[in-house]
Design a protein around this ligand. Structure first.
Ligand SMILES: NC(=O)c1ccc[n+]([C@@H]2O[C@H](COP(=O)([O-])OP(=O)(O)OC[C@H]3O[C@@H](n4cnc5c(N)ncnc54)[C@H](OP(=O)(O)O)[C@@H]3O)[C@@H](O)[C@H]2O)c1
Length: 267
């Protein structure tokens, strides 16, 4: 079974390649902009191209049975139509919660008529990088909406699920909502990162105006928009789901474990 991984050096895509090899997949093709720089593992067939440059896709799609589709919205309809033309048997796409910004990925996949499996992760653990600069500078984290809670997921788990779903049967037509193992509010997230680093971090809840300025340091004009999203989560915490554990037969990674693995980000 030939498996194509698109966006193969992406944060998730690169780990999908490794997970496929670990599961024993022996016919993996990786699509990447710059094969020399990509330094993909031996045994992987590397093809030059990008989902955003659809003219590179027909050659990459030739003979492919299953495709991992990275989230690239601008060309998703055309890319999936080309997959259908090439006779791809199934698409496993990385999207997001139904109806959110990533909905177009699922729409493009479904419009192609190719059998599909949708992966729908919520917020990524990597988003806690928003605090990295403050944590590198000291023990105080100035933030807002401490009670806003999400069940953040490790990109490692998304990749492991993608690989499992690519190589096994029984997933056609399914949408898998993916979360981490626990719903944590922002104060708790900071506390877990501190625990992983062996430090006691102090969480400071800023008033809205000060928060807008603080967040603008990391996200500029999107600061207000991000804070509005956090405000909506207060009183509506995202629940943790068992989907990752059910698919992988092991628990999803905790934020504390993830922060231990990525401690360099905060040091
Ligand atoms: N729920 C969520 O929060 C959610 C859900 C879905 C997606 N996302 C977003 O999706 C991303 C995760 O997916 P990922 O790790 O596969 O993506 P990524 O890290 O953004 O990588 C995408 C890959 O596509 C290729 N690429 C080449 N040119 C590009 C261009 N001009 N624009 C974009 N990509 C280009 C690159 O790989 P090559 O060089 O190998 O070609 C790149 O590494 C994150 O950015 C995340 O924010 C978030």
């Amino acid at each position: 079974m030939k498996i194509l991984v698109t966006g193969a050096t992406g944060n998730v895509g690169r780990m999908v390649v490794d997970e496929l090899l670990a599961l024993g997949a022996d016919d993996v093709r990786a699509l990447t902009v710059d094969p020399e720089r990509a330094a993909l593992p031996a045994g992987v067939e590397v093809v030059r191209g990008f989902l955003g440059k659809v003219e590179t896709l027909p050659a990459a799609l030739q003979g492919v049975d299953v495709m991992y589709l990275a989230p690239h919205i601008p060309t998703v309809f055309e890319a999936c139509r080309l997959a259908a033309d090439a006779g791809v048997g199934r698409i496993v796409d990385l999207a997001g919660a139904k109806g959110d910004h990533w909905q177009e990925v699922e729409d493009g996949v479904e419009a192609s008529g190719v059998p599909f499996t949708h992966l729908e992760p919520g917020e990524f653990m990597a988003n806690t990088g928003i605090w990295a600069e403050q944590i590198r500078a000291g023990d105080v984290v100035r933030d807002a909406y401490p009670e806003a809670a999400t069940a953040v997921i490790a990109q490692e788990d998304i990749a492991a699920v993608a690989a499992k779903v690519l190589v096994t049967d029984g997933h056609v037509g399914k949408s898998y909502e993916l979360t981490g193992p626990e719903s944590l509010n922002r104060r708790e997230k900071v506390e877990r990162i501190g625990r992983a680093l062996g430090r006691e971090l102090v969480y400071v809840d800023l008033p809205r105006d000060a928060a807008v300025q603080q967040f603008a340091l990391a996200m500029g004009e999107y600061s207000e928009w991000y804070l509005d999203g956090l405000a909506q989560l207060v009183g509506h915490p995202q629940a943790a789901l068992p989907t990752v554990a059910e698919l992988l037969g092991r628990p999803a990674m905790t934020l504390e474990e993830w922060a231990r693995r990525h401690a360099d980000m905060f040091r």
